[in-house]
Design a protein around this ligand. Sequence first.
Ligand SMILES: [Zn+2]
Ligand SMILES: [Zn+2]
Length: 135
Amino acid sequence: MVNVGDFLKTNGIKPSYQRIKIYEFLMNNKEHPTVETIYNALNGQIPTLSKTTVYNTLKIFIDKGIAMAITIDEIEVRFDAHMDMHGHFKCEQCNTIYDFNVNFEGALSDELNDFEITEQQMFFYGICKKCKNHS
Ligand SMILES: [Zn+2]
Ligand SMILES: [Zn+2]
């Protein structure tokens, strides 16, 4: 991965220390953190950080197309910096959100031919392998 500061700049985002830290956290934590999770993880390193800053920073990342909000969770929005097309599976027991590869092209039918698609998300719910083997 290139320097995060340069990466943000390339995407039209002023690379402040907080933004770099938040983006790094998102890249390194594949479990799709919430605003709360990000705030709690970085609060110790960045005493001036507020939840509003985390929220606003994520909003900028989403606007610039380097992160996405996933609404698989009814209670809270989770965030992802993994921008390749992929589906999400939420385990209803451990609340883990797993990534899986999916061919979105093949999933589209002709009915959407003249539509402009701005976002594609695929959600699956169930019980993950780990939890299934424990019960
Ligand atoms: Zn599970
Ligand atoms: Zn994901």
